[in-house]
Design a protein around this ligand. Structure first.
Ligand code: ADP
Ligand code: ZN
Length: 650
């Protein structure tokens, strides 16, 4: 009998077991854990000899599948150390299936991609980009920067072909909602096979089959949402992160990580190239290019010179232009588009009918009893709802504060209210609203795209789900109802995100031969973001944003870690938070700020305090935090959420 260390997909992580034979690190085993049987991986950590021998159990079985490779093991350890998570919880992301062993009677087969050269005639700049990307070997990060429609996808397909020729596996990460049949068809057109897909909609059988095909090397190209990064690739040789700026790459629950950043780490550990593609690169990536850590290839013009949309700013402070929520010039343009059988997209990133209901008599606003937010009116469903916890009540008839009847007025627009206005103005138009209330699965999304393409919709009103990569040849008008929304948000990346979003939404218009027009409604036309949009000068905006962050030593020029301490009991939560800060070390270059009540002080009935740790760039912050927190006892009624490189400041 031998003692071995096994990493289990649990918060308890590494456990000691007996085994009949000596097993290599990376071997998958079945092990008893409490009353359950878990799949674990033999781990290269020293045996814990202090553990009483009579309590050590034997593993149940050695699984007859390939090893979890050394690079994958290193990656799990690296991510755990960086995000201050348990390695077991990171392993859980690599092992998101319950029955590894069960063999499907009819397993899915992933055919080999056809590597015959592309049928396209590439433009000069496309050719240059392709030759740059295909000449790389070893670790390289390249930003593939080009406006929507410039051919980024076709270009990175050639880099994929090259990696496949060299017998490597390839991973393409996409924001989940863009993993649509449009992308898959493009892929199939180039490679004459379907790639393996990894997303939340897979059936358990599909999940298991795909996981096995990846581990055994039978799946050569894997396209998936951020979680696909952790799958057990035996010989990954290229990663593409498409829409690299997209906020959905940041996972906010469980192991909190930024998938784009971790993908760069994965490529570094595996010593292979990685491509970050975007029409609106993140500021972090932009800075890495400036510092020459990343390289950059640009695709300047749109393929075949399709026209970029014309941008019009509507100053909503002018009363003549403002009729309802839609301005006069925008309404005219929609009418124009309708008469020519073209389509319109109206963009507003706010679900429901109105973000607030106010009592005319006493000024009472209806709040969520569990969260520090107002309830949103959803008029179609006749309810008010909390967008954080889902708490729902019927529309109130009387004011709970003053008892007045029928006294509530709706304040501000949501998509439903825009829909109402549009239907009054254009009763003959076919109008469709798209938000996470109406569209929640890739299939529903797909159906909607088809309806748009077949011109069964004249006017589409939607939230941010729409902002991403599709070609709608007859979409000629884009109206951004409220370009100021998001500018006031007070978080680090608010301006950057607004800039990206607005650029992308307006990029929906005129992607084909028809010239598109974008109308941007704003109350602050002098704002830097709006000005940068008008000028179309991406680097002017970036440079202004960089100076601002440099001055404050904010990321990427300094480091942040956020800690949220939450619990049901307000007093205990506050005390624990204060106790933590009292024990914080004094170190030069590191500031421990707080505790303060988080902006969302109450969430799902829990009180939340936050501590923000801010440091200079080259300080080993994770080690400092580990040394500080690990000796402190935290009662089980209190939850500690550690977020390294936070994106959310709620
Ligand atoms: P991006 O990823 O930058 O948005 P795409 O790669 O999707 O751009 O290209 C936009 C459209 O132009 C696609 O339909 C694509 O197939 C087409 N396209 C790009 N490059 C060429 C080319 N060299 N020849 C023919 N069509 C091309
Ligand atoms: Zn709530």
């Amino acid at each position: 009998m031998q003692k071995i260390s096994v990493l289990l997909p649990t918060p308890f992580s590494i456990c000691t077991y007996f085994s009949q034979e000596k097993l290599k690190p990376g071997t998958f085993v079945l092990a008893p854990f409490g009353r359950k049987t878990l799949v674990g991986v033999v781990w290269n950590t020293p045996i814990d000899h202090s553990f009483p021998e009579n309590k050590i159990k034997s593993i149940l079985k050695v699984l007859d599948i390939p090893l979890f490779s050394q690079v994958n093991q290193d990656f799990v350890n690296w991510v755990a150390a960086y995000t201050l998570s348990e390695p077991g919880m990171v392993l859980k992301m690599a092992l998101p299936i319950s029955e590894v062993e069960k063999k499907s009677r009819k397993p899915v087969v992933f055919d080999l991609p056809d590597l015959a050269p592309s049928q396209l005639t590439f433009s000069e700049s496309q050719k240059q980009a392709i030759s740059f990307l295909t000449q790389q070997s070893g670790f390289h990060v390249t930003l593939l920067d080009g406006v929507t429609g410039s051919g980024k996808t076709e270009v990175y397909f050639e880099a994929i072909a090259k990696a496949l020729e060299q017998n490597h596996q390839v991973l393409v990460l996409l924001p989940e909602i863009t993993l649509t049949s449009a992308w898959l068809e493009r892929f199939e057109k180039r490679f004459h096979v379907k790639p393996a897909c990894w997303h939340s909609g897979l059936t358990p059988k599909m999940r298991r089959d795909t996981w096995n095909a990846i581990l055994s090397g039978n799946a050569r190209v894997i396209v998936g949402a951020r979680s696909a990064l952790f799958l057990p690739y035996p010989d990954l040789g290229l990663i593409v992160v498409d829409e690299e700026h997209d906020a959905s790459y940041k996972q906010e629950d469980g192991v909190i990580y930024q998938a784009r950043d971790m993908a760069v780490v994965r490529a570094h550990l595996g010593n292979f190239p990685i491509i970050l593609a975007s029409a609106t690169p993140s500021l972090e990536t932009f800075c890495n290019v400036l510092d020459k850590r990343y390289q950059c290839v640009q695709l300047p013009e749109r393929f075949a010179h399709a026209a970029l949309p014309e941008l019009h700013i509507v100053d909503m402070r002018s009363k003549e232009k403002r009729k309802g929520y839609l301005s006069e010039p925008l309404v005219k343009e929609i009418a124009n588009a309708l008469s020519q059988h073209n389509q319109t997209l109206l963009f507003l990133n706010r679900r429901g009918y109105a973000p607030m209901m106010l009592c005319k008599a006493c000024g009472e606003k209806i709040k969520c009893p569990h969260c520090s937010v107002l309830l949103t009116e959803h008029r179609h469903q006749k309810i008010m709802q909390c967008h954080h916890c889902g708490y729902t009540i019927p529309l109130p008839k009387t004011c709970p504060a003053c008892g007045e009847k029928d006294c509530f007025v709706s304040c501000g627009p949501g998509v439903e209210r825009i829909e109402e206005e549009v239907c009054e103005l254009f009763p003959q138009a076919r109008v469709q609203v798209i938000t996470s209330d109406t569209i929640s699965t890739p299939l529903q999304f797909e159906t909607l795209i088809q309806k748009l393409l077949h011109k069964e919709i004249d006017i589409l009103i939607g939230t941010q789900m729409l902002a991403k990569g599709h070609h709608f040849p007859d979409l000629t008008v884009v109206g951004i109802i409220d370009a100021d929304f998001g500018l006031a948000g007070g978080d680090l990346r608010a301006a950057e995100r607004t800039f990206q979003l607005l650029q992308q939404v307006s990029g929906r218009a005129g992607r084909a031969q028809k010239k598109g027009k974008t109308y941007l409604q704003t109350y602050s036309p002098e704002n830097a973001v709006i000005k940068a949009l008008i000028s179309g000068d991406k680097s002017a905006f970036m440079n202004a944003e960089i100076s601002a962050r440099k001055l404050l030593e904010m990321p990427p020029f300094g480091r942040l870690v956020s800690i949220i301490i939450s619990g049901k009991n307000e007093n205990t939560t506050r005390k624990i938070a204060q106790n933590l800060i009292q024990k914080a070390p004094f170190l030069s270059g590191v500031e421990f700020l707080g505790p303060v009540q988080a902006p969302l002080y109450q969430l799902r009935g829990k009180y939340r305090y936050r501590i923000l740790i801010k440091s200079r760039k080259n300080i080993p912050l994770q080690k400092i935090i580990r040394n500080w927190l690990y000796p402190i006892h935290i009662p089980s009624s209190i939850n500690l959420k550690i977020d390294v490189d936070p994106y959310s400041f709620l």
